[in-house]
Design a protein around this ligand. Structure first.
Ligand SMILES: [Zn+2]
Length: 193
């Protein structure tokens, strides 16, 4: 959930950065490992966060300029398996109430599970395929859904729109997941599509 105006994704990245920090006694002060054991600085935290949150360009990314950059970044981070799922947080030592998927409660919450494997979200991808008159990927995974555009037969003008729908779907699923995990009232699955 947003804390102090920052996005949840950034908040968890901040937690991960801070948890990885080592402090070292240097003469009469504590050194801060993000800054070569120099004193604490906000800029060193900002740099560490940016290196996690901002694309470095070392992996091919398809940017859709119809959207705010945060939607593209979400999909990019999903591709890099860099999303704070309960399983990932647990592995990194963050206390979580459960590692189970907050939507179906039937499997561990991995990235592939939230966006592709969760039985409660299958209808969304299936509905999208029917809406666009295209086949679902033969094997549904995060990567095959991100690359879904490559295998569909759509006219040029439609392709960017379909890409936009895919990106929006990932964004909606992540928001639905957050509402399920942190909301006071469980959202209805019918609202996803
Ligand atoms: Zn699930």
């Amino acid at each position: 959930m947003p804390r102090g105006g920052i996005e949840e994704t950034e908040w968890f990245s901040f937690l991960e950065v801070v948890q990885g920090v080592q402090l070292q006694q240097v003469q009469d002060r504590l050194g801060w490992s993000l800054d070569s054991f120099d004193s604490f600085s906000v800029s060193s935290v900002r740099y560490a966060l940016d290196s996690r949150l901002v694309p470095s360009g070392d992996r091919g990314t398809r940017w859709n300029n119809w959207f705010p950059i945060k939607l593209n970044i979400l999909v990019w981070r999903i591709q890099l398996s860099n999303i704070p799922t309960r399983e990932r947080l647990s592995i990194r030592g963050v206390m979580v109430p459960s590692i189970m998927c907050p939507i179906c409660m039937a499997a561990a919450e991995t990235i592939d599970h939230i966006f592709a494997g969760c039985r409660d979200i299958w209808d969304s991808w299936g509905g999208l395929a029917i809406w666009w008159g295209v086949f679902l990927p033969s094997h549904i995974s995060v990567q095959s859904l991100i690359n879904w555009l490559d295998g569909v037969n759509l006219r040029r003008g439609q392709r960017k729109a379909f890409d936009a729908v895919i990106i929006t779907s990932f964004w909606c699923l992540w928001n639905f997941r957050n509402m399920s995990a942190f909301g006071t009232v469980l959202p209805k699955k019918s609202v996803i599509f």
